[in-house]
Structure formats: structure tokens, C-alpha cells
Design a binder for this molecule. Structure first.
Ligand SMILES: [Zn+2]
Length: 260
């Protein structure tokens, strides 16, 4: 017999009866601690620290009878946001690659300026290869993808609702202070630069030409942007996102609604 306890948001992977509590398990053979943990649902990229009998161990540790195993997510996930903000660590802004189910999330993250690869025809193998090549974090709704042994950086997006998904990713990677709206193309992930009106005038509809003077262009797909009604809708969305973030800071418990 061994005992297991998962901490913080790793509980999201467990059935309700095993959340926020220590439970026992009958050991079969001599599995690695990674196999035991993943058999409970939590994929290894979400795990930062494993203690066995109060000693930290690696994923290849062989579990033995009587072991007490405690499993922790990345410490960034724990409620130390105020501490890390004091340190203001110059963390590199993370880059992402998203699985085929997360197209809406990819567009929203790009709107906020984050580098996101997404294709509705990406296969798992491609995602894993590109993530390793560019040091990208895999965002997915598929825990099976994260359990692939070649995956080192990944996050299981808990919600199916795009608004909640966006909040989860921004909170998880502390991205609110790094939002740079409207500098990346939502369609293709290319960078957006301003462009002189006379350079693109021939591509505009008469009404647009008449009412707008400031224009922007995607350096990758060459789509043209201006501050019309679409811009106003996206600005409203960003304002709501930041307002919700500030309310959560004032009432931190609201962050943890996923945990009953
Ligand atoms: Zn583009």
C-alpha cells in the first residue's frame, strides 16, 4: 500500500472523492512514481515537485511499499502571486502552441499579444515536435497529449468556455501585466505594424477610406486593420478581462472556483 496526496490545482484531475485529501492505493509491481501519478490522471508537465516520505524524488523513482507521496504543481500556481510580484522576476514571456480544439483561445491570446501557434489540422506528433523546437508550452484539452513522454511544457486547459479558458491561462502564467493588445494578428500570429494610408488606399472600401486615417497591416498575411467597430468590441473585451482580474485580486478565493 502507498498513500498519495495531490496539491492545489492538480486536484482537478482527480475524481471528487480523492480531491484535497490523502488516499491509499494498492501497489502493483514496482512502477515509477511518474507512472503512478499519471495513472491517477495528472499529466507530468503539470507537476513540479514530488515528495516521497518528505524527500524530493525524480520521475523515475521506483515506488515502494509504504511510500507517502505528495505531488505539487508548479509553484507559480500556488497562491504566492504577491510574492512573485515583489520579486518581479524577469520571466521570459511564454510562447504557446494550441491543440485543434482551442482555436478561439488562440485568437484571444494573440489579441493580447501572445505568440500562439495554432492550426485546425495539427496532429499531436506535429504539436509535440514544434513545441520542443521552439520551447513552446502546449495548451490542450487532452490530458493524453500531455502524458506523452516527449512533452516537457504543457498545461491542461480546464474549461470548455473560451472566456474561462482565457482567464485560466492568464492566471496560470501570470500574464496580465504582459498583455500588449493589437500588436499581433489574430488570424495568423504575425506582427502588426502601422502603415501609411496612401500605401494601401487602393485596397480600402470607399467608406473606410473616407472615415479613417490610421491603418495597420499584418507583416505576415498582409491583412489591413483600422479602429472601426471591431476594434471597439475587442477593446471592450480586454477591459472586461482586466476588470475581472482586478476583482479577483481583491477577492482571491474567486480564483479557485474549480476546487469544490
Ligand atoms: Zn496575419
Amino acid at each position: 500500500m502507498i498513500s498519495l496526496r495531490f496539491y492545489a490545482e492538480l486536484n482537478d484531475f482527480l475524481p471528487p472523492s480523492r480531491r484535497q485529501t490523502t488516499y491509499t492505493l494498492q501497489l502493483k509491481g514496482q512502477p515509477t512514481v511518474k507512472d503512478v501519478i499519471e495513472s491517477q490522471g495528472a499529466p507530468h508537465p503539470e507537476i513540479d515537485l514530488i515528495l516521497v516520505n518528505n524527500q524530493s524524488v525524480a520521475f523515475d523513482y521506483r515506488v515502494q511499499d509504504g511510500d507517502r507521496i505528495a505531488v505539487y504543481p508548479e509553484f507559480e500556481l500556488l497562491d504566492i502571486t504577491s510574492l512573485s510580484r515583489l520579486n518581479s522576476r524577469p520571466l521570459r514571456v511564454p510562447r504557446f502552441i494550441l491543440d485543434v480544439n482551442l482555436g478561439k483561445l488562440a485568437r484571444k491570446l494573440r489579441l493580447c499579444g501572445f505568440d500562439c501557434l495554432y492550426g485546425n489540422d495539427y496532429r499531436d506528433k506535429q504539436i509535440i515536435r514544434m513545441a520542443a523546437r521552439d520551447k513552446r508550452i502546449i495548451l490542450t484539452r487532452d490530458t493524453g497529449l500531455l502524458k506523452n513522454k516527449q512533452v516537457t511544457r504543457g498545461y491542461w486547459v480546464r474549461s470548455t468556455n473560451p472566456w474561462d479558458q482565457m482567464e485560466q491561462v492568464l492566471n496560470k502564467f501570470s500574464l496580465h501585466d504582459r498583455i500588449k493588445p493589437f500588436n499581433r494578428c489574430m488570424d495568423c500570429n504575425g506582427m502588426i505594424v502601422s502603415v501609411a494610408k496612401d500605401e494601401i488606399e487602393d485596397q480600402l472600401l470607399a467608406q473606410t477610406r473616407k472615415h479613417f486615417n490610421a491603418f495597420y497591416c499584418c507583416t505576415s498575411c498582409h491583412k489591413i486593420f483600422w479602429r472601426g467597430s471591431h476594434y471597439q468590441r475587442m477593446t471592450d473585451y480586454l477591459n472586461r478581462l482586466m476588470q475581472s482580474y482586478r476583482e479577483n485580486l481583491r477577492h482571491p478565493s474567486a480564483n479557485y472556483t474549480a476546487h469544490p
